[in-house]
Design a binder for this molecule. Structure first.
Ligand code: ZN
Length: 134
């Protein structure tokens, strides 16, 4: 890949290190979509464990620097790597298929978004695991 996704870490936590070492190299499939966009993606932990939202991406109004924020509930040794990969995949799809405005509301998840989301090789495994365990 000539233009890889650049990842920076602002926190040191076992699961982010695990993602960096084990999960990101497995994520070549998503880089196919992102290579022409050449984004810079940072990871950080969120502050709240109560919010049901498990991962969230901050999309800048201009520029290519994104931050993906993970719910600290994911900082657990019990979370399979495939599930973390699926969270990353979902957030990366937000870069590839960005939100758009319809009237005065933002549309984040739409049919073309879900179509790319389902290309995640762990999609069905992860959804099932999340339903049963989180
Ligand atoms: Zn989303």
């Amino acid at each position: 890949m000539d233009k890889p996704v650049l990842i920076g870490f602002s926190d040191v936590a076992p699961h982010l290190i695990k993602m960096q070492k084990e999960i990101l190299p497995l994520h070549q499939g998503m880089q196919v979509y992102l290579s022409t966009l050449n984004p810079i993606v940072y990871f950080r932990w969120g502050k709240h464990t109560t919010n049901r939202e498990l991962a969230k991406i901050h999309i800048p109004p201009v520029g290519k620097t994104y931050t993906i924020c993970f719910n600290p509930v994911l900082d657990s040794v019990g979370i399979p790597a495939e599930v973390l990969m699926s969270f990353l995949w979902h957030e990366y799809v937000h870069i590839y298929k960005p939100p758009f405005k319809e009237g005065d509301r933002w549309i984040n998840h739409y049919p073309e978004f879900h179509e790319v989301e389902r290309r995640d090789p762990n999609y069905y495994f992860s959804n099932r695991w999340i339903r049963e365990n989180l």
